[in-house]
Design a protein around this ligand. Sequence first.
Ligand code: UDP
Length: 336
Amino acid sequence: MQWGEPMTTPLKTVLVVGGAGYIGSHMVWLLGQKGVDVVTLDNLSSGHRDAVLHGKFVHGDIADRLVLDKVFSEHKFDAVMHFASFIQVGESVQDPAKYYQNNFTNTLNLLNAMRTHNVGRFIFSSTAAIFGEPEYSSIDEAHPKRPINPYGWSKLMVEQALADYDRAYGLKSVCLRYFNAAGAHPDSLLGERHDPETHLIPLILQAASGHRQNITVFGRDYKTPDGTCIRDYIHILDLAEAHWLALQYLQADGQTTAFNLGNGNGYSVESVIQAARRVTGKAIPVLEGQRREGDPAQLVANADEIKLRLGWQPAYADLDTIVAHAWQWECSRKAS
Ligand code: UDP
């Protein structure tokens, strides 16, 4: 099959790179529910082998062209989904080489293996960090793209490469720009397991469970109603469902595009702590901290475009539900 040629057969096999991580593992599970064969390729640098609940697992790195060649030779993929990247903004400022190498250069390896093996459909995990300091809220696709850290740049550079790969080689892609992925599988099959954990909701819930002593609020002097930062928390299964719709869009011959992906609702750090107190019934001790470098006051998505064009609708938009699922996951981990 040539790139760009209409896909007449149903979606059968998908390569999920980074399928052992937080978002990737939920995606692999969802693809299993949809009856799609999956091969997960993951170097387990931050993912977990036991989080891959469906399909075949290959332990390997996209930096390694021989591994890529082997995986692509052994399977015929209809599409590739790429979740494997480093995600810590602060670390990207300290060590940009790590971020450009893995998030950009290694992604080119993956795209070039797709070229070699004539796989023409790609879903990419992008980020709200490509927009930099918000110039208005909520942030739509037309918002200026001026990243303020190497993490954001590494993702925007891939977006640019994808536009060029379509023009030159016909590779079709969808970039999904996540705002704040949160929550867990409603039956606690999967959840967030970063080490070290830096994300707000799991940290608050660790403080609720006694796993850590408290949660530090990074600044109360922002220009927001309660002074704490506002973010757009999107449930992990709503995120996975958006990827499924994007896959189907490409399968139906959709053109290369990008969507902002969030709930469209902003919640302050303070309101997330209050939600966690409501959901858990625990006191949750709070410390007051300094602002964290590079944190904009408010990051909220305008997700109208993906709703309109792909028919995406969040099923778990309510913050208490997101926190409740994350809490069930935290409790199940403690019990196991
Ligand atoms: N945050 C906080 N204390 C923490 C971790 C995060 O106050 O221990 C705040 C952070 O400043 C931001 C929000 O919570 O405003 C969400 O941060 P997170 O790291 O979860 O996601 P990000 O928005 O950086 O992608």
